[in-house]
Design a protein around this ligand. Structure first.
Ligand code: SF4
Length: 431
């Protein structure tokens, strides 16, 4: 007698998750086919990305950090990093860079298993992290392709001055647009760009509504781990596209329905409706052990209600929206306002305000070994935020995509001790 295998119960997926998966798959298929279809390809980084402008020339964007983090999530980064170190890249270099270089030297097979095309242009929009510049210098040596460098003045005193804005807009018109015309063989079409910027603004409205839903109790989202998925399309290739706008409409409707029903987010272990700790998180997540890392929080019934990482591709919750009426000016504002371009006092203000606005119990800093842009000032940020809010902060350490620097026992231990401290503080306050 033979036993009939029972079909596995079907995993329920939100419509937005299905949409996102389909969008990403289609994009990588188009990239893989680009050498035949002759669609031009522009490499650029997440902070300060000019996706609407790139797409207005009919070009496809490639975001190297996204490829690196996807390789980390799929267990491929260890070998890629080893390959880069074998080639002489130091242990201290940003592991996104080493993962990308290792991938390139191992056949340039992207995260979905399809080969990535060579760039027709490297578009370096420089928004505060020096590593971006060195990274593209390495890629330029590899590909021997044209490069254009947009210099975005750093917000040293916490604002983007009118002359800085003008300086960026002038470079866009006089350097970036001609470089894109040259690389794609197409003429700049300002009306097309305006149309894409309008789609961006609609998606940004919906994203902000999703992120701010975390003010509710229970929060219907996790604004750090869960937000990684929510910001994916708008931080990568889909800002300014019809499919991106549709994704955010769908996502917002789902989150609003969850909020109306008083439900929490779905975590790796199921719904987190009962929430014991509301946390603000600073710093990028670890990608090699992403679900394990998330589970350390959800096991303790801790939900992230706000994070700085979910603003790395745009600080939309401060009110900025791409404005179709002023296409190049609005792109200048966007680049100048990126999280990586903000100074230390602005980053401290951001955390202090999040703790207050989202009624958080505490804040946790995930210090990333190889990311100087985020980590350089984090101990100072910790002390300053503690001083201004009277709330003690938690400090954990890991890395982006280098599994050698993810120590589960150590991180879990620190997180648990921190949450116990919050608990003890609650008891003191209520005594
Ligand atoms: S150092 Fe940090 S901000 Fe800079 S490229 Fe690496 S991960 Fe990104």
């Amino acid at each position: 007698m033979t036993e009939t295998a029972q079909p596995k119960p079907e995993v329920q997926k939100d419509r937005s998750m299905v949409l996102q998966k389909e969008m990403i798959a289609r994009h990588f298929e188009r990239l893989a086919a680009a050498p035949e279809t002759k669609e031009p390809v522009v490499y650029t980084f997440v902070p300060g990305n000019l996706t609407e402008l790139v797409r207005s020339f009919g070009a496809l964007p490639v975001l190297p950090e996204i490829n690196a983090l996807q390789s980390g999530m799929r267990g491929k980064s260890r070998d890629y990093i080893a390959e880069a170190e074998r080639l002489g890249h130091s242990e201290d270099v940003c592991t996104y860079v080493k993962c990308d270089i290792g991938m390139l030297k191992s056949g340039n097979i992207g995260p979905t298993g399809k080969r990535l095309p060579k760039p027709d242009l490297l578009l370096l929009s420089y928004t505060g992290c020096y590593t971006f510049m060195k990274w593209f210098e390495l890629l330029r040596e590899e590909y021997d392709c044209p490069t254009v460098f947009l210099q975005v003045p750093y917000q040293g005193d916490g604002t983007l001055a009118p002359e800085h804005r003008q300086y960026i807009a002038d470079q866009l018109r006089n350097e970036v647009v001609p470089a894109l015309e040259q690389a794609t063989g197409k003429t700049f079409d300002e009306e097309r760009l305006r149309h894409y910027l309008g789609l961006s603004a609609a998606a940004e409205d919906d994203l902000v509504a999703v992120l701010q839903s975390a003010k509710k109790k229970p929060s219907p989202i996790d604004a750090y781990f869960g937000a990684v998925y929510y910001v994916g399309p708008i931080f990568s290739a889909f800002r300014g596209t019809e499919e991106g706008a549709e994704y955010y409409r769908t996502l917002r409707a789902e989150v609003e329905a969850r909020a109306a029903a008083g439900l929490g987010p779905i975590t790796p272990d199921g719904p987190l409706d009962e929430q014991k700790y509301r946390l603000v998180v600073e710093g990028p997540p670890n990608w090699t052990n992403f679900r394990e890392f998330w589970r350390m929080f959800s096991d303790e019934k801790a939900v992230a209600v706000a994070s700085t990482y979910s603003k790395v591709g745009g600080t939309y919750d401060f009110g900025f929206r791409h404005d179709p009426k002023d296409p190049l000016g609005t792109l200048a504002d966007y680049c100048g306002g990126c999280y990586t371009n903000l100074n230390l006092p602005s980053r401290v203000d951001m955390l202090v305000n999040y703790i207050r606005e989202y009624d958080a119990d505490g804040f946790v800093i995930n210090s990333i070994k190889s990311c100087n842009s985020f980590s350089a000032w984090q101990l100072m940020i910790l002390r300053e935020v503690e001083k201004r809010t009277g709330i003690p902060g938690g400090f954990i350490e890991s890395d982006l995509v280098d599994p050698r620097y993810f120590s589960p026992a150590n991180i879990k231990n620190r997180l648990e001790s921190y949450l116990q401290m919050i608990e003890a503080r609650r008891r003191e306050v209520s005594a």
